[in-house]
Design a binder for this molecule. Structure first.
Ligand SMILES: CC(C)(COP(=O)(O)OP(=O)(O)OC[C@H]1O[C@@H](n2cnc3c(N)ncnc32)[C@H](O)[C@@H]1OP(=O)(O)O)[C@@H](O)C(=O)NCCC(=O)NCCS
Length: 168
């Protein structure tokens, strides 16, 4: 578990399922059903058990409100992006525009480099996702176009733009 100034980043609990399903029906394209959202939590918890880290639940410290998902996870790699650890974020719409993704992302980068001893952490998204690209920039990640790739599960997104930050 990690605590930042405003957030608690932690493993998934049963009380997260309903707000995460609402988030995934609202901000994700294509929207996930509640069953798909619940299955995603099961997969994330399996990753926590296997790897010791995965995309985490984020809750607001002040009141325990579910904010979304931010964390690190292993990615098997596709094409020029080989096996790596990626950082990712997905917040409930009512929590956008407050700096929560950047605050949690910064904490996960510190954890990845400081505790896990990673050499680099990557992020990737489609060219049209300005909000996610802005989080990558705020976190000091730099473009790595040589590793851009098309995800076989979502070719319609076009090339995913890879950003990375390396250990200091
Ligand atoms: C991508 C996503 C997480 C970005 O959320 P976000 O709230 O824009 O990002 P941040 O948490 O970094 O917040 C930055 C914004 O908060 C503002 N802000 C307010 N208070 C702040 C504070 N204390 N600290 C930092 N920023 C603050 C910033 O000015 C910025 O606003 P702007 O976009 O109008 O310039 C969100 O859009 C989302 O969940 N999208 C759907 C899922 C998705 O696409 N995920 C990525 C897939 S690759």
């Amino acid at each position: 578990m990690i605590e930042t100034e405003r957030l608690r980043l932690r493993r998934w609990e049963a009380r997260d399922l309903a707000p995460f399903a609402a988030l995934n029906a609202d901000v994700w394209t294509p929207p996930l059903s509640a069953a798909q959202s619940d299955a995603m939590v099961d997969r994330l918890e399996a990753r926590w058990a296997a790897d010791g880290f995965a995309f985490a639940a984020a809750e607001r410290l002040a009141d325990g409100d579910f904010v979304g998902m931010v964390g690190l996870q292993r990615f098997a790699g596709v094409g020029p992006l080989g096996p790596c650890v990626e950082i990712g974020w997905r917040l409930a719409r009512e929590h956008w525009g407050r700096g929560f993704a950047t605050e949690a992302g910064r904490a996960w980068l510190e954890y990845g480099f400081g505790t896990l001893g990673l050499g680099e952490i990557v992020a990737f998204t489609e060219a049209g996702n300005a909000a996610s690209l802005a989080v990558m920039r705020r976190l000091g990640m730099r473009r790595e176009p040589a590793r851009d790739f098309v995800h076989p599960d979502a070719p319609e997104l076009g090339p995913l733009l890879v950003h990375l930050v390396a250990a200091a």
